[in-house]
Design a protein. Structure first.
Lengths: 483, 173
């Protein structure tokens, strides 16, 4: 164990993680109908490969990823596909595959353990891609894609992210306490897949039980490529770029990805999912979700099948109590409010908070900016939120780009410290959407211009060809001439 | 001053003139600026609908007219207020509303061909300034939604009025 320089910025927050950790990890009941959203929160929606009536087992592939930023989907239950229909999802509304559970929990017979030690890195990456392994920290980006880029960039250092800095969320803590060996095994598989030579497991120092379990697992594995690093509990240290800086002391350039400085980062939950895949052949069909908040009777960490409606997770934790005011998916700082508890769990859902009014920080009305600069001291991305805010209010795109709006990680630190209660992060998010709309429009205009120019050129060429043909015909007519 | 002392100076001057002249000539042919940069910058702010509502045959001719001062900046209904503002900022003029005689600003729309009624006459194909209509004589035509600018230029040539404009299905976001 060693300690490293921590973040220059960020916040110490009230973690509120103790209640769910009172109970051991337990499995939530499998849903009667699993609703698997084709959009799992990263990239484009997947393309279904099953239709109504298809029989599936646990782990049967049901949808193929489209593009590089999405992962394959597999059935989390055994049964029959009911339909592919539009349903409310965490992201809003989207197409979902509905699978009726026949309660047999029969696994797809094609699932067999993966002998990963005999496979070379590229083959292993293919297997991980097929298994739909996605970042279970919340981003749901395919792990194989990140590891493949790391392999191509000859990355030496794998960082497993067990920081889990955001208040309320403790699913990784529970996972590391109970499945530390899986985290280390998953790390070994990832090292083989990406070709890195050492692995750092980073944990915040408010999780001594998890750190002890991981230390013991590393000792048991007798793998000297592994190292445990305890970091101070400062939000948002679990954000990828911030964590890499805290662990390595080097900053990821703002316009590059971590492999540019020889590092690749994965969540500990993703590592455990990889271990499960190589051990049993089972693709990602479940994840651990923290269900917490004063509005739920018995907070806990649940092993949840992907596609389980959130209402069933609440029911598995004793149901609602004390009239919750808001249902939040994700943590206190970056989470989003849900309008319904009927939406299904996706690979990116790490935490559900049933928050009562007492849990929520009710904001006073917004006041003018007093230029105190507290936001700049808090910003972990080293931006100037006060200047960004002025530019966002003026919709000054050049200034927003110059001030680094694209580098904002929307962590909410500036909001939290703002004495004038200005909802800075929401403004930045809106400004970003406006920028994206504007860019899409300019892109469309540029394409239209190009097509128009080609159209004009073609018409001119046609006219010229016709004129030449006409003149040639006239010359011929004259040459033949009336006799 | 004698001719012997003058000669090197004259030679040097003549040599310099020849070298610089050759360099400038080469630069003029090889490093020619791309057309008129002002026209380019104005054109970049126009929506590229190519609808001709400004009474110029496309966005670029209108940009040229603005650059030469023959047209004002208030003639682009598809661009609306945002485009007028951007043009005003670029040219250092006062923004003003779009002149209604050139048309109304509408939300983005795309042309849709009613395939039941299309007779395959192919008259709309050359009318489309961005080649967004696919079809051939005596075959059904269809509009590529992603490439349609909603300029409405395909409406007048259609003999059976089977084209209508609708909001796009894919609102970007």
């Amino acid at each position: 164990m060693s300690s490293r320089p921590a973040l220059p910025h960020g916040l110490r927050l009230d973690a509120r993680k103790t209640a769910p950790l009172q109970h051991p990890l337990h499995a939530a009941p499998a849903p009667h109908v699993a609703v698997i959203a084709l959009d799992q929160g990263s990239g484009e929606a997947a393309e279904p490969t099953v239709a109504a009536g298809t029989r599936v087992g646990i782990g049967t592939p049901i949808a193929r990823a489209v593009g590089e930023a999405a992962a394959n989907l597999h059935s989390p239950v055994a049964g029959v596909v009911v339909e592919v229909a539009t349903r409310a999802t965490v992201a809003g509304v989207g197409r979902c595959i509905l699978v009726e559970n026949d309660a047999t929990d029969a696994r797809d017979p094609a699932l067999v353990p993966v002998d990963w030690r005999t496979l070379d890195g590229v083959a292993l990456l293919h297997r991980l891609r097929d298994a739909g392994v996605a970042g279970l920290g919340g981003a749901a980006f395919p792990a194989a894609g990140k590891l493949a880029l790391a392999r191509a960039s000859a990355v030496a250092h794998l960082v497993l992210n067990g920081a889990e800095c955001e208040p309320w969320i403790c699913c990784d803590d529970a996972l590391m306490r109970e499945h530390a060996a899986d985290v280390v095994l998953g790390g070994q598989v990832m090292l083989a897949a990406c070709g890195a030579t050492r692995c750092t497991i980073a944990i915040e120092d408010d999780k001594p039980e998890a750190a002890a379990a991981i230390a013991a697992a590393i000792a048991t594995a007798q793998d000297d490529r592994f190292e445990l690093v305890e970091l101070p509990a400062i939000y948002p240290l679990g954000a990828e770029r911030q964590l890499i800086e805290a662990v390595t002391g080097r900053e990821v350039p703002h316009d590059a990805l971590p492999p540019a400085i020889g590092v690749v980062c994965q969540n500990v939950g993703t590592a455990a999912a990889v271990a499960r895949f190589v051990g049993t052949g089972e693709p990602v069909v479940s994840r651990i979700v923290t269900v917490t908040g004063s509005g739920v009777a018995c907070p806990g960490n649940l092993e949840v099948r992907i596609g389980t409606p959130i209402a069933e997770l609440i029911a598995a934790c004793g149901g609602y109590q004390d009239d919750p005011a808001r249902l939040i998916v994700g943590g206190a700082m970056t989470g989003q409010s849900l309008s319904s508890d009927l939406v299904p769990t996706t690979k990116g859902v790490n935490c559900i908070v049933a928050a009562t009014l007492a849990d929520l920080a009710i904001r006073d009305p917004e006041m003018p900016c007093i230029r105190c600069g507290d936001c700049a001291s808090a910003c972990p991305a080293r931006l100037l939120p006060q200047q960004l805010h002025r530019a966002a209010q003026a919709d000054d795109r050049d200034a927003l780009a110059r001030l680094g709006l694209a580098d904002c990680i929307e962590c909410g630190c500036c909001d939290y410290v703002c004495p004038s209660q200005i909802p800075l992060t929401a403004r930045f998010h809106a400004a970003r959407l406006r920028m994206r709309l504007h860019d899409a429009e300019r892109q469309r205009a540029a394409e239209a211009r190009e097509r128009f120019e080609r159209h004009e050129r073609r018409l001119a060429e046609q006219a010229e060809a016709e004129r030449l043909a006409f003149e040639a015909a006239r010359r011929r007519a004259r040459g033949a001439g009336p006799t | 001053m004698s001719g012997a002392t003058l000669l090197p100076a004259v030679g040097l001057a003549a040599g310099l003139a020849a070298t610089i002249g050759a360099a400038l000539g080469w630069a003029a042919s090889r490093l020619r600026p791309d057309a008129d940069p002002l026209v380019e910058r104005i054109d970049a702010l126009l929506p590229q609908t190519q609808c001709g509502q400004c009474r110029y045959p496309g966005c670029r001719p209108y940009a040229e007219a603005i650059a030469t001062g023959t047209a004002d900046i208030d003639r682009c209904p598809p661009g609306g207020e945002a485009t007028v503002r951007a043009l005003a900022a670029l040219l250092g003029r006062e923004p003003r509303p779009v002149d209604p005689q050139f048309g109304r600003t509408k939300p983005r729309q795309v042309a849709v061909i009613d395939e039941e009624r299309c007779i395959g006459c192919a008259l709309c194909l050359p009318a489309c300034p961005v080649d967004a209509i696919v079809g051939a004589p005596r075959f059904m035509h269809t509009v590529i939604e992603a490439q349609c600018t909603g300029c409405e230029l395909c409406l007048p040539p259609c003999p059976v009025d089977c084209i209508e404009l609708r909001p796009p299905a894919d609102l970007p976001g």
